[in-house]
Design a protein around this ligand. Sequence first.
Ligand code: IMP
Ligand code: MG
Length: 172
Amino acid sequence: MIVLHDAEAIRAGIQAVARRIRERFEGTELTVLAILRGGIVFAADLIRALELPVRLDTIGVSSYRGDTTDPGAIQISSSPSLDVKSKAVLIVDDILDTGRTLSRIRADVAARGASQIATAVLLDKPARRAVPIEADFVVFTVPDVWVVGYGLDHDEKYRNLPYIAALPAPSG
Ligand code: IMP
Ligand code: MG
């Protein structure tokens, strides 16, 4: 495994993004919606750096990537609990890859009547974008490699690593 961003770099990166979010939402209560499961590690650190009044909620998704009948379809498998009607919402995920997850959830939050919607991701992998969406707040941009740690998994492993690493491409 090759370490791309160590714990100290992540801490500093999250502080910098938190400052920008705080400036954008000064004086506003923010409903932070963390995408399960990978988004919770970043969200946990981000909310403690925000210094804003925050409500915390989660949303669960399942994707059917590779399903030939509906490739890339994203289903909401667990709905948020809080009412976001007329609220400012910050959607938080671990990585923006094809963009399908974030655009699906953004549309869902808009349909629930949020007054403002912003998106924050720990990582952006622009090389694989399939849906035209950019996050408002990005901590790091990564190349087109499989990354793990800090919420990101490979077969449900490595989510707890305190750093972000690239897995070597399978050989042979
Ligand atoms: P998207 O819908 O393609 O943007 O995918 C976003 C989701 O795919 C993320 O929330 C991750 O769960 C997963 N994902 C995409 N790339 C990686 C990666 O490099 N490592 C781990 N998970 C990833
Ligand atoms: Mg995920």
